[in-house]
Design a protein around this ligand. Sequence first.
Ligand code: NAP
Length: 310
Amino acid sequence: MTSRPLRFGLVGTGYWARIAHAPALASTEDIAFAAVWGRDQQAAAGLATAHHVTPYEDIAAFLAAVDGVAFAVPPDVQAPIAATAARAGKHLLLEKPVALAEAAADDLVEAVAQSQVASVVFFTLRFQAKMRAWLADVTARGGWTGGVASWFGSSLLESSPFNTPWRRDKGALWDLGPHVISLLWASLGPVTSVTADAGPGLDVSYLILHHQGGATSVVTVSQSGGEAAAGFEAYVWGGSGRSPAPAAANDPLPPLRTALAELAANARSGRTEHPCDVRFGRDVGHILAEAQRQIARRQAGDLGEPGDLG
Ligand SMILES: NC(=O)c1ccc[n+]([C@@H]2O[C@H](COP(=O)([O-])OP(=O)(O)OC[C@H]3O[C@@H](n4cnc5c(N)ncnc54)[C@H](OP(=O)(O)O)[C@@H]3O)[C@@H](O)[C@H]2O)c1
């Protein structure tokens, strides 16, 4: 592998691409931000000019110009482009959730496996320094009975730049659920089953997770809490007490640089596995899909009404 910095291209030119991915790509050691592709040519040209990189109209030409691709597009747009990129031998910095359809996630995993490229999914909490220190401590101590985690978002407010069509459609389950599940998975062990329900009317989902090893955890995610209630909190608990997770950091750049640096290091060493690689992203997606199926069945009355004990 070359000793020059790895050339990365960015797919997407929206708010998240502008405030997170582009500046992180431009400021990560061993990565050269080289190219932008977006369906909005004007936005691609503007972002490219701001970072002195090349805008591309043609996705094949874009892929030919880079070693790796970072994605900042909706999940159902990301998955097929990422599979094409993987089949072209490009390393992948993916966003959560990796896909919306399980078949699309499976195809992406297969493309990554066939081409033996490196992949990292940006589960933000997993790349924050303080969260990693907490995870190292709770996993070293072990013996936890359970976990509790919640994230109340405000992305669906009219004023939010994150009020995007796929979030309005899929809600907090698919937007915030991946972050929370990825953290509980890392602190309590792989998730083996999910039981899900949702509040009526508002966007609020509840999950009960069973973890390999016997721990159980509960999750609440909502985009309907409003600004006053917004925020993340989590703890694990057991015989030795309760260990609260640190606050989620606001600045996406340090954790995104960490994710990119770890992806680049794996790409250089030929290592394809990472705790947050595309296979993990697919596994988190299976939990979300199963939760969504259960919520849909409950709402259709197939699993009985909540509170229906008879
Ligand atoms: N890890 C985190 O903490 C975090 C935080 C925020 C977002 N994200 C992730 O980043 C991703 C994008 O975020 P977002 O939803 O808020 O979007 P966004 O930043 O508004 O950007 C969406 C981008 O995708 C493009 N796009 C939309 N539909 C497309 C299509 N059919 N074909 C090609 N391009 C298309 C948009 O193009 P136009 O401008 O032409 O519409 C825009 O460039 C999501 O997966 C989200 O989960 C992660």
